[in-house]
Design a protein around this ligand. Sequence first.
Ligand code: FAD
Length: 456
Amino acid sequence: TTSLVLFTADLRLHDHPPLRAALDEADEIVPLFVRDPAVDAAGFAAPNRLAFLHDCLADLDAALRERGGRLVLRSGDTVEQVREVAATADARTVHVAAGTSAFARRREERLRTALAADRRRLDVHDEVVTALAPGAVTPGSTGHFAVFTPYFRRWSAERLRTPGRAPQAVRVPDAIGSEPLPSRAGVPGTSPGLAAGGERVARARLASWLRSSADAYERRHDDLAADGTSRLSPHLHFGTLSPVEAVHRARARGGPGAEAFVRQLAWRDFHQQVLAARPDAARADYRPRHDRWRTGAAAREDLAAWRDGRTGYPIVDAAMRQLREEGWMHNRGRLLAASFLTKTLYLDWRHGARHFLDLLVDGDVAANQLNWQWVAGTGTDTRPNRVLNPLRQALRYDPEGAYVRRHVPELAAVRGSAVHRPWTLPAPERDRLDYPAPIADLAEASARFRAARGLP
Ligand code: FAD
């Protein structure tokens, strides 16, 4: 007998329940990945993510080959491709991980209907792309948690399944042809400092980070220059790392740093369960505040300056340039860059979210849109009107200015924390820097925002 495993956001062999189930029931399996133009049209196909995906597919194929198998790649509509491959292989069951976005759920429904018509079964597995399935814990009254703390309490009390090992042998029927695997080198327009993808890299990174950096995480996770976070976000996004296994390993490591890391993994699940319950929140305000975001020529200029990292606020510009250089940004940078766009410049969060999705290698509908909404105060933040002051943030999270000097070369010669206030440098020194004056006055901006939100 043959079973088909459709890989989506779970590009790994370790701790993979759909693969395990297929191997348990069948002699041969077809490990299939489909490059679907509809996924690209939905905004996936940004160069950084595409290049990372190609790494992941090559690594998955190599890992399958080591075990006697190979990856089957097809392009086209996922449902049609699965149907066709399942028919050729005469696979009775198709296994897939449950998705949380509206797109993934529609695809699942279409698959179920199409396969049923062919007398095949679709087996959807929970807790592959999240540690806890959306809806696994709910507050009494509504279908999902809108506040993180009570969610986290319930999440922490749940028993996660024991992570599974990678299979030792995989047999793939000869008759199933594959398209050639694309390479990362074939993707133009990627960030020069883009990280490498693939399960091997992910596992090595988790192990080394837990060994050497986890202990300091609680203290240093907000320190921009220390760069002490795990950088596992793209691996969790593409599923080269199992979130269940990440939680298990961190708990086994123990200590306040590892616990703080587990809490971040719960944040990931939290946003996924919000999106699953409110798919409209990918675009519409989760909690409408009736903002009349700025529009017009001046607003467009401000947006362009923000995107280019030329706002005149070095900490914001450093964060925005890190995004372009690496396809990744430190969480503290994301928070203050997003607050600057929405609350200081008073521009629609959707513009910022779009730009992030164009560049982020970990760009994820749930995490990106809902974190943007959180910062904009249209989401689940219980203090929706707080405004982060970029200067105070800079002095607190980059006290020596090292993060700014790393990413804003025009300011590399300015010593210490003075780098955060180039406008206060003596005129001759300031004039020598090819660096813009601030595009917004913080006091005026704050007053504008408070008035717009109807605050005293
Ligand atoms: P660590 O600090 O090591 O955390 C471990 C893991 O926990 C991360 O890899 C991530 O999977 C998860 N995590 C941590 N914080 C959050 C959070 N606030 N929300 C959801 N998951 C979290 N994260 C994405 O994965 N994709 C996005 O598109 C994304 N967009 C964001 C946009 C904005 C405006 C903000 C404020 C945050 C966004 N985040 C996003 C969340 C967070 O910034 C990143 O997950 C984190 O910076 C990734 O770095 P790390 O892996 O070193 O994180």
